[in-house]
Each structure stands twice: as structure tokens, then as C-alpha cells.
Design a protein around this ligand. Structure first.
Ligand code: NAP
Length: 280
């Protein structure tokens, strides 16, 4: 359907130079034989709306949004997918045939898909599930867990009021707990998810002891720089299975690519290894 066209998409961020998405999408284009380019677009917050509104005229099929743009785009897009609305953030914009700007969020589905694929454990979602953090990424994760049918989510955030507000919004399956209870909250959990920035390159480790966590639990960290955070090292040493944020990054990219071009690219072991090597 796109044989005669040069396909354009990209990622808007500020900054955007660190993004692995141009590399991942270039690999998808090469693998699927489509002619096109995925561009890193450094857009300051004050220019976001103008830049997004220019996409149809420039012939873009769409673009991804990364920090700090994911929430800001909600206010001016023509249509919002219900999931993006519920999460309160957009990470994928699609330009419709008529030139309308449509907002989606594939962080949530990308994360859940990665967990399913890498852990192959349906019991994981029986819970209780502990989610640490209540920022933008946590919203996507909590919505994804609820869509999977998780019945008990223990939500902890350094600033309790944010956990409380998110729990009220998400309903009775989500219980906000004080940050001081984070060690104790791990008791009988099947899955523990770090959505804070603690443990990321340049940040201190997450201040959390996994002592009471049972060894059959999975510990998941949304961070992928580094690929193994101090939290994941602690979990691995304890005998727990571990899961990093790389799969989420790759799967949300795959969903976006499919939405724009109607072709599913493969997440090959080679691509995963290449991205891992770039992250170092
Ligand atoms: P965000 O909205 O800024 O939220 C940051 C969270 O970290 C908040 O809950 C914040 O708590 C918490 N936090 C900050 N400093 C802390 C500290 N010293 N101790 C405990 N908690 C602290 O950021 P975000 O967009 O949600 O991103 C969070 C993480 O997810 C980042 O590491 C990002 O790289 C990762 N992420 C990964 C992917 C992927 O594809 N793998 C996608 C999106 C995000 P307060 O509310 O108390 O400030």
C-alpha cells in the first residue's frame, strides 16, 4: 500500500538525542522493506503544538512523544484513544487519512506485552502487585495491570498524596500506602514494579530492601539504562526472576510502527542485542 511513498515518522522530545527509537525504527523499516525515515525531533515545550500541527502538511504518518511532551499533547489533539485518556498521556500520534491528529498510548500495552513474553507466567497477575512511584509511567502501568485483571495493586510513592490521588482515580483495586511501608508491602507479592527514576544512570539506587519478598516473585524495573539496576541485582541475588524496561521500549515501538504502516515488525534477538549494546 505504501510502495511508492517515502514514509515519515519520528520522535519529539526535549532533549531527544539519547532516544534509542530512531535506531529501533530504522531497523523496523529495513526489516519490512518499507522506504522511509524516523527522525529525532528536538522540540522545546513551547513549540510542541505548532510542531505536531505541522505533521499532516509535512506528510508524516505520525510521531512518538517522549519527555516532557506526553501529557501536554492531550490538550490539543483532535481525537484521543480512551486508553490514552485514562492514562492521561500520549506517546504515539497518528495522522488519519483526513489529516486529523489522533493520540494513543502504547507504553501500557508495551509493558504488559513485554512481561507476558519475557516471563511467560500467567500467575504473575494474580497479585498482589506492588507499584513503586506515581508519576507518568506509573499511570500507564497501573492502567495496564487493571486491564489484565489484577485485583490488588499496592501503590507507594515518596509523595503520598500523588499515590492517593492516582488510587482514587483508578478505583478500589488500587490501595495507596505510605512510603515508609514499602518494605512491608512486599509480603506475598507476585510482582514488584519500580516506576521511579531511582536506579537510573546518574541517580541513586532505589532505597528498598527485598528481604521479605518471596523468591517466586518477579521484580520488574521500567529503567533500561542501566539494563540491570541495583534493585534488579538485589532481586537476582535473592533468586527472584528479573525484568528490565527494554522490552517495554521495544514493544511500544512495535505497536506504533504497526499503527502507522499496518505492518508488524519482528523483535528479533539480533535487534534486542543491538539495542542492548548501544545502551551498554
Ligand atoms: P516522573 O513522572 O517524573 O515520576 C518520577 C517518579 O519517581 C515519581 O513517582 C517520584 O516520586 C519518584 N521519585 C523521584 N525521586 C525519588 C526519590 N528520591 N525516592 C523515591 N521516589 C522518587 O517520571 P516517569 O515519566 O514516570 O518515568 C519514571 C521512570 O520510568 C524513568 O526511570 C523512566 O526512564 C522510566 N520509563 C521507562 C519507559 C520504557 O519504555 N522502559 C517508558 C517510560 C518511562 P514523587 O512523586 O515523590 O516526586
Amino acid at each position: 500500500m505504501f510502495n511508492d511513498r517515502f514514509l515519515l515518522s519520528g520522535v519529539m522530545g526535549w532533549p531527544v538525542g539519547h532516544s534509542q527509537s530512531p535506531f529501533i525504527h530504522a531497523a523496523f523499516l529495513a526489516q519490512t522493506g518499507l522506504r522511509g525515515a524516523y527522525l529525532p525531533l528536538a522540540i522545546p515545550p513551547a513549540r510542541l503544538e505548532a510542531a505536531v500541527r505541522a505533521l499532516p502538511a509535512l506528510g508524516f504518518r505520525g510521531c512518538n512523544l517522549t519527555l516532557p511532551h506526553k501529557e501536554a499533547a492531550l490538550s490539543f489533539l483532535d481525537h484521543l484513544d480512551p486508553l490514552a485518556k485514562r492514562i492521561g498521556a500520549v506517546n504515539c500520534i497518528c495522522v488519519s487519512q483526513e489529516g486529523a491528529l489522533e493520540g494513543f498510548n502504547y507504553d501500557s500495552r508495551g509493558y504488559i506485552q513485554a512481561l507476558h513474553e519475557e516471563m511467560e507466567d500467567p500467575l504473575l497477575f494474580q497479585g498482589p502487585v506492588v507499584v513503586l512511584g506515581a508519576g507518568g509511567a506509573a499511570r500507564a502501568i497501573v492502567v495496564g495491570l487493571l486491564e489484565e485483571g489484577v485485583k490488588e495493586i499496592r501503590l507507594l510513592n515518596r509523595t503520598f498524596e500523588r499515590a492517593e490521588a492516582l488510587a482514587v482515580e483508578m478505583g478500589s483495586c488500587v490501595s495507596p500506602l505510605a512510603w515508609s511501608q514499602r518494605q512491608e508491602s512486599l509480603r506475598n507479592a507476585t510482582l514488584v514494579i519500580n516506576t521511579t527514576n531511582q536506579g537510573m544512570k546518574g541517580y541513586p539506587p532505589l532505597d528498598l530492601s527485598l528481604e521479605v519478598l518471596e523468591a517466586h516473585a518477579v521484580v520488574s524495573d521500567l529503567i533500561y539504562t542501566p539494563l540491570e539496576t541495583p534493585l534488579l541485582t538485589q532481586a537476582r541475588r535473592k533468586g527472584c526472576r528479573i525484568h528490565n524496561g527494554l522490552g517495554m521500549l521495544l514493544h511500544q515501538a512495535r505497536f506504533s510502527f504497526h499503527h502507522w504502516f499496518n505492518v508488524w515488525p519482528c523483535l528479533t534477538p539480533e535487534l534486542r542485542q543491538q539495542v542492548q549494546a548501544r545502551i551498554g
